[in-house]
Design a protein around this ligand. Structure first.
Ligand SMILES: C[S@@+](CC[C@H](N)C(=O)[O-])C[C@H]1O[C@@H](n2cnc3c(N)ncnc32)[C@H](O)[C@@H]1O
Length: 235
């Protein structure tokens, strides 16, 4: 019997959730009971080896007040509220996510912030109707999706990148051989994150068609464990 056939039939939290999510990340992002206790700042802090604040700052620094921002997947903890507050009432904040429980959590966090919304959608094919964004951000999504989905997400984000606007990717990179975290992550990736190590070998620009049409600015953190890549059209 496959794991899939054990999924709770008719459970709305599992409806139309892709197989890589139910097979690999059920415990982390799909199961509503687990999501309930995982969704807090401490989980993010520990998962990111206490680099959470500077990685969030790398994203927030690219977001001016009044900006229209699309974050393509939900993140545990306070991040969505921080971005929404930073853009303020003159801006707009949209977060999309592929699983019902994550959208539920995002909606709860954004309650009362009139310029913010959460929508269920696949970052790889969502097309916000006629909307234009100043910043589109993927915060630790790429390492969690299969290669074909990485291409789809990067391509879709580029499709919505207007001239003068930017994409921000914050994710894992390739830790230096002397960084001890490299070897901890090797074990974690082996057991829990089968799609993550591709980012150790490939640049994010490698997932894009026509990468040369854009400027890709990369900054790394924590001896190469993490990267922030900002993408803009060439002049
Ligand atoms: C952004 S990543 C990981 C972030 C970080 N590890 C954290 O602490 O939350 C996790 C999110 O990506 C979402 N996700 C996975 N595949 C997606 C897709 N194709 N489109 C949109 N969201 C997706 C998951 O449902 C989950 O909420």
């Amino acid at each position: 019997m496959t794991k899939k056939s054990l999924l709770p039939i008719g459970n709305p939290y599992y409806e139309n959730v892709p197989e890589y999510m139910t097979e690999v990340y059920d415990w982390a992002y799909v199961n509503p009971r687990n999501a309930g206790w995982l969704d807090n700042n401490w989980v993010v802090r520990i998962l990111l080896f206490f680099n959470d604040q500077r990685l969030m700052r790398a994203y927030l620094n690219e977001v001016p007040e009044g900006a229209r921002v699309w974050q393509v997947a939900h993140v545990y903890g306070e991040l969505v509220r921080r971005v929404a507050r930073k853009v303020g009432p003159k801006g707009a904040f949209l977060v999309t996510d592929i699983t019902p429980v994550q959208v539920e959590h995002a909606l709860a966090k954004l309650a009362g912030i009139d310029w913010a919304r959460a929508v269920r959608a696949d970052a790889g094919d969502y097309s916000p109707d006629g909307e234009e964004f100043d910043v589109i951000c993927s915060f630790f999504l790429l390492h969690e999706v299969p290669e074909a989905k990485k291409i789809a997400v990067v391509s879709n984000m580029l499709r919505h990148l207007a001239k003068g606007k930017k994409l921000v990717f914050v994710d894992y990179y390739n830790p230096k051989p002397w960084q001890p975290i490299r070897y901890i992550l090797k074990v974690v990736n082996h057991f829990l994150e089968p799609f993550a190590e591709a980012l150790w070998k490939k640049e994010i620009r490698d997932y894009a068609d026509d990468a040369d049409r854009y400027v890709w600015r990369q900054k790394t953190f924590f001896a190469g464990v993490y990267q922030c890549v900002v993408v803009e059209h060439k002049e």
